[in-house]
Design a protein around this ligand. Structure first.
Ligand code: ATP
Length: 354
């Protein structure tokens, strides 16, 4: 357990009273490792912010405990926890300069001016804002304001940094830049980052591990690859990227779809009536004469630059979407009404528990 930074044990949070009670978290247990970039991912209202607030100490659990480095901190006030938060809204003081904003927490703690100067300079250096130290927040761009908020949260050297949708107010280009920047900072500082987002792509590209949440429950915790390639259920598969869902009857290593098409699946797959999931990019389209698992007809093809998004119809009218990699295959996707063969990448056919 020495490598665990934050542990949530059977956390439950109910807002409001009996008649209007909202269960924001329903028995959530989770272990977040030291130095990990850990992401809470889920749709609006699933309880991400509530969990973050409990780790910060801004909300108390209705039941359960929060541990930091193995010590119970459930009753500890926020300012006694070595945890800091970067909010979506930045929450900068408009009348203070960048330097004063970043040093604010340390001034409140009554630290000597020389120490504050040193810490602030270091924090501004980390986010590359030394040149803006004497500006006020309104004289900065959105991205720069976000960096100030980040420097302010990093200045007291927290053990854990909580980031609540910190990039959602930025435009796409800046958002991508800040994603790289955040990842660099986290690797450089070795601090545990707990990052909240509802953007699956952001979660996949930035995280060491992701926890997928829905309606106050934790559905799956795993690396981006585990979550993407082995979603535990339909919600996770659907939330993270595009997926084909096909009703199937599973017996042994065979999943039968549409009554008569047999496909090979993992022997450990759940048996009986289930949903078969396959990612579009795990389906390879080959010429109709080539050896293939299935035959299909192309019914739609849309060019997207690096690949084409192709819609296919199987013999028994089941529809699938797939990707045709232009560069890999050295040409354009076959036109509509062409008969083609389909090959599934190893492990591509997942039987979901639903
Ligand atoms: P978002 O992505 O929209 O911020 P979230 O996943 O962070 O959503 P929470 O803010 O944790 O979700 O909210 C979880 C549930 O608890 C929601 O149904 C929300 O309406 C409810 N909730 C949150 N705070 C309160 C509160 N102070 N009083 C009553 N209900 C609340």
């Amino acid at each position: 357990m020495r490598d665990v930074a934050i542990e949530a044990v059977s956390l439950r949070k109910v807002y409001g009273t009996d008649q209007h009670a909202v269960v924001a978290l329903d028995d959530v247990s989770i272990s977040i490792r030291k130095g990990e970039f850990f992401t809470l991912l889920g749709p609006s209202g699933c309880g991400k912010t509530t969990l973050l607030k409990m780790i910060a100490g801004f909300e108390t659990p209705s039941e359960g405990n929060i541990l930091l480095n193995g010590h119970d901190i459930t009753e500890q006030p926020p300012n006694r926890r070595p945890v800091n938060t970067v909010f979506q809204s930045y929450a900068l003081f408009p009348h203070l300069t960048v330097r004063q904003n970043v040093g604010f927490g340390l001034s409140m703690l009554g630290r000597p001016a020389a120490e504050i100067d040193e810490v602030v300079n270091r924090a501004l250096g980390l986010v590359k804002l030394e040149a803006m130290a004497d500006r006020k927040p309104q004289q900065l761009s959105g991205g720069q304001q976000q960096r100030v908020a980040l420097a302010r949260a990093l200045a007291p050297s927290p053990e854990v940094l909580l980031l609540d949708e910190p990039l959602s107010a930025l435009d796409l280009k800046l958002r991508k830049e800040m994603q790289t920047e955040l990842k660099r900072l986290q690797l450089e500082l070795g601090i545990t980052f707990i990052f909240v987002t509802h953007d699956q792509e952001e979660a996949l590209t930035m995280s060491d591990r992701i926890a997928v949440m829905s309606s106050g429950n934790l559905l799956q915790v795993g690396t981006p690859k585990e979550i993407y390639n082995h979603p535990v259920n339909r919600f996770v598969a659907d939330f993270i990227g595009e997926t084909n869902f096909i009703p199937a009857q599973v017996a042994g290593t065979t999943a039968t779809i549409g009554g008569d098409i047999a496909l090979p699946v993992d022997p450990a797959s759940p048996q009986g009536s289930h949903t078969l999931a396959v990612r579009p990019e795990h389906i390879r389209i080959v010429p109709s004469g080539a050896e293939a698992t299935l035959r299909a007809l192309i019914t739609e093809s849309v060019y997207f630059g690096t690949d084409s998004h192709v819609r296919l119809r199987l013999a028994n009218d089941i529809e699938l979407v797939a990707r045709f990699q232009s560069d890999e295959a050295g040409g354009d996707a076959p036109p509509v009404d062409t008969e083609v063969g389909l090959i599934f990448a190893p492990g591509a056919l997942q039987v979901l528990e639903d």
